[in-house]
Design a protein around this ligand. Structure first.
Ligand SMILES: *Cc1c(COP(=O)(O)O)cnc(C)c1O
Length: 365
């Protein structure tokens, strides 16, 4: 087996989709697979999530990669298109489009092809990133409504602080969305993973889970309590072991010094693989299923592990950086990061190994 290696468990993906359905039993699921399915592999994840009602990607190129792989399912481009040429390509790909600006409304008004689009009109209810502002929304809606080129018009918004259970922002956004959309006959969509978990009111017609599909909790509540299973487990092996004396330093910059006679294992993983350089000394890893910690600076290809309390650990033993038994959401703060960054950041050098046989790392965005 190649090391490092990101094992991907398609059963866990399906299990997490079922957990989404239990939480939001009356909603359809737009499964978010942008950014190479959060580092898990765009095409194989799309194939594993056959039960999702539609697939969501950020960009046209990601949608085109799905089509090139023969996937004919409903695909939503979450950022829509940015030129009339892209709109023509979106028509060719039969993509559903988010429309978040008056420029995009104009492109649809000018479209002269014969493909009809399903549109998700996005309202900015307070995030101030994408979406029509409240004062633009009525104009956009009334211009899109009569267009023959639109076969269906849905309304959506995105939550800025969904993972904060105590805050008031989500309640404000929900109220704004409810007031702007009241009286309009259309399917609605609000919730990302955190909304799905913490705000049942945000479920509406369509939920848009990303992170939780991959078995990672976006909230303070641990993934296993939410009934989620880690999909990616990043592992490598120990390629060298050495003893150092008390007072000796390990790694670049001598950033860590042994406080006692220590046994150090060198794991074949580093920032060139997407294991962040900012992982602090003390970051947990698993060695043969037991916790040990990183010492010194992570280098491009290697990371030192303190094996002093793991006398049985040997050359060739497996090290888990995150995943099964060691949630990415627990590891990420050691680098000042969020778990989204860890899984998205796994580099092309790491083989994605699908349990059940499929091996590949050819799909990257
Ligand atoms: C990425 C994204 C999501 C998924 O968010 P998670 O926090 O990963 O669940 C949902 N909706 C939109 C518009 C997104 O861009």
């Amino acid at each position: 087996m190649k090391f490092p290696c990101a094992r991907i468990d398609p059963e866990a993906l399906r299990h997490n989709l079922a957990a989404v359905r239990r939480l939001a039993p009356h909603s359809r699921v737009l499964a978010i697979i942008k950014a190479n399915a959060y580092g898990h592999g765009l095409v194989p994840v799309a194939n594993a999530l056959v039960e999702a009602d539609a697939l969501g990607v950020a960009r046209l190129e990601e949608g085109q990669a799905l089509r090139a792989a023969g996937i004919t399912r409903e695909v939503v481009l979450l950022e829509g298109v940015f030129s009339r040429a892209q709109l023509a390509m979106a028509a060719e790909g039969r993509f559903q489009l988010v429309v978040h600006s008056l420029e995009q409304v104009r492109m649809l008004e000018l479209y002269r092809g014969d493909v009809r689009f399903e549109i998700w009109l996005k309202i900015d209810t307070g995030m101030n990133r994408l979406g029509l502002r409240a004062e633009e929304f009525a104009d956009a809606y009334h211009r899109l409504r009569p267009l023959a080129v639109i076969s269906r018009l849905r309304l959506m918004t995105h939550l800025a602080c969904a993972e904060d259970p105590a805050g008031t922002v989500t309640a404000q956004q929900l109220a704004r969305f409810a007031s702007l959309t009241s009286g309009i006959e259309a399917e609605l969509s609000i919730a990302n993973s955190a909304g799905l978990i913490l705000s049942p009111q945000s479920h509406t017609d369509w939920v848009r889970p990303g992170l939780m599909l991959y078995g990672i909790s976006p909230t303070a509540q641990p993934a296993d309590e939410l009934g989620l299973r880690a999909v990616m487990t990043l592992t490598t092996q120990i390629i060298a072991v050495r003893d150092v004396n008390a007072g000796e330093a390990v790694g670049y910059g001598g950033a860590w010094r042994a406080g006692r006679a220590s046994r150090i294992g060198i794991a074949a993983v580093g920032y060139g693989d997407g294991y962040p350089r900012h992982m602090r000394s003390g970051t947990p890893v698993l060695i043969n299923g037991r916790e040990a910690s990183v010492v010194g600076r992570v280098s491009m290809d290697m990371t030192a592990i303190d094996l002093t309390d793991h006398p049985a650990a040997r050359l060739g033993d497996e090290v888990t950086l995150w995943g099964e038994g060691l949630p990415a959401e627990r590891v990420a703060p050691y680098a000042g990061m969020i778990p989204y960054e860890l899984v998205c950041g796994v580099s092309q050098r790491v083989a994605l190994q699908w349990l059940g046989g499929f091996v590949g790392n050819e799909q990257f965005f």
